[in-house]
Design a protein. Structure first.
Length: 202
C-alpha cells in the first residue's frame, strides 16, 4: 500500500494535542505503518542522482506539500521552516543525495517485514552488513520516514515543530539514539546544510 500525504494528519494531530487522536497513542488502522511489508531483499539502487540542487528542490517541494496537506500546520512560513529543517537533516544523512539509495533519506534500518537492501554502515568502522529499509518511490519513502521520526522520536519531532530553526531537535535525536555521532558536531553539520540549502529551495 502506498502511503499518501494525508496519512500524516494523525501524526501532526497527536503532536499538537488536538482532538481525534487515538487515546492509546497508537495510530488509526487506516494509517499504514509502512509502505513496505514484503520482507524481501531488493537490489541497492541509487535514487539521489548527481544534481544536488534538483535533489534538494524536489524533496523540499514534496515535503512542503506533505506538511500543508496534514491540515495541522496553517502558517506557510512555519511549514517552510519545518520542511527546510527536515531536508537539511536528510542532506546530512545522504551527502545531499549522493548516498541516497532506494529512497531511504534518513539512514533507517529495516524493521521486521520491511523490504530492504543490504550495505555496510559506513559510519561504523568494521560494521557487518546491515539491512536498510527500501522504498518503491519517493512519496512512499518520505511519508513513512516522517511517520517513523514522529513515532520513534516524539520528543525530537515536537522540538522540530515548535522550534524548526533551532538545532535542538537534531541534538535530541542524538540523545535518543538516532545516531552515534557527537550531537553538537551533528548539529553544526545540520546548520551548515540548512543555511546553504535555504537559498536553493526557497
Amino acid at each position: 500500500m502506498q502511503a499518501s500525504f494525508e496519512h500524516l494528519a494523525p501524526l501532526f494531530l497527536l503532536l499538537f494535542g488536538g482532538k481525534g487522536g487515538s487515546p492509546s497513542g497508537s495510530f488509526p488502522a487506516s494509517t499504514p505503518p509502512t509502505g513496505m511489508t514484503t520482507s524481501m531483499e531488493v537490489p541497492r539502487i541509487r535514487t539521489g542522482g548527481d544534481n544536488q540542487t534538483e535533489w534538494a528542490r524536489s524533496r523540499y517541494q514534496m515535503l512542503l506539500g506533505m506538511i500543508r496537506a496534514s491540515g495541522y500546520v496553517f502558517d506557510d512560513q512555519l511549514a517552510a521552516e519545518i520542511a527546510l529543517s527536515l531536508l537539511a537533516q536528510w542532506a546530512h544523512e545522504t551527502g545531499r543525495g549522493s548516498a541516497e539509495f532506494n529512497y531511504n533519506l534518513g539512514g533507517w534500518r529495516a524493521r521486521k517485514g520491511d523490504t530492504y537492501f543490504t550495505a555496510r554502515d559506513v559510519q561504523t568502522p568494521g560494521s557487518a552488513i546491515v539491512r536498510w529499509t527500501a522504498y518503491p518511490d519517493l512519496q512512499t519513502g518520505m511519508a513513512d520516514q516522517v511517520m517513523r521520526l514522529v513515532k520513534t522520536f516524539p520528543s525530537a519531532a515536537k522540538l522540530l515543530l515548535d522550534e524548526p530553526k533551532s538545532s535542538r531537535w537534531v541534538e535530541e535525536l542524538g540523545r535518543r539514539g538516532y545516531y552515534t555521532a557527537n550531537p553538537q558536531g551533528y548539529a553544526r553539520a545540520w546548520a551548515m546544510n540548512r543555511a546553504e540549502l535555504k537559498g536553493k529551495v526557497q
